[in-house]
Write a protein that binds this ligand. Structure first.
Ligand SMILES: Nc1nc2c(c(=O)[nH]1)N=C([C@H](O)[C@H](O)COP(=O)(O)OP(=O)(O)OP(=O)(O)O)CN2
Ligand SMILES: [Zn+2]
Length: 136
């Protein structure tokens, strides 16, 4: 019997969607207002979902306190109140779209979870724009 435990988190961050090889006009044509050279911010909402068997001894799929601490260390501390393009190593050479941010978060958390647990991340960039990634 496999169940999913979920933990929500949030972070505020600035970004700019652009390709450095392109002119500001071409970036605007492709990425619109999110290519503003002076950056802009989002209130990102994250849901991390971990699926596995219930441990008969603890009754846990995974200790949600440990999941909370992992998200804090791997996501909130490095991303919250940061300019993603400028201050976060992964996005110095990777466009910080919601898709790419979700993949980076998934990879960071995947490394810290037991192999028999499945992981999905859902990232809201705005209240109406969100992406999901489960490593496929
Ligand atoms: N596939 C993607 N498309 C877009 C992304 C993205 O990360 N992946 N990002 C953006 C912008 O960064 C931003 O998310 C869009 O902002 P906006 O259009 O203002 O979105 P809203 O939901 O706030 O817009 P409403 O008009 O209020 O619905 C663009 N595309
Ligand atoms: Zn944006």
């Amino acid at each position: 019997m496999r169940l999913t435990v979920n933990r929500k988190a949030h972070f505020n961050a600035a970004h700019r969607l652009y390709k450095k090889e392109w002119s500001d006009q071409k970036n605007f044509d492709v990425f619109g207002k999110c290519s503003n050279p002076n950056y802009h911010g989002h209130n990102y909402e994250l849901t991390v979902s971990v699926t596995g068997e219930i441990d008969p001894e603890t009754g846990f799929v995974m200790d949600l306190k440990r999941l909370k601490d992992l998200i804090y260390t791997e996501v909130e501390t490095p991303f919250d109140h940061k300019n993603l393009n400028v201050e976060v190593e992964e996005f110095k050479s990777l466009n910080p779209t919601a898709e790419n941010i979700a993949v980076v978060i998934w990879n960071k958390l995947r490394d810290k979870l037991r192999e028999n647990l499945d992981l999905q991340v859902t990232l809201y960039e705005t209240p109406r724009n969100f992406v999901t990634y489960k490593g496929e």
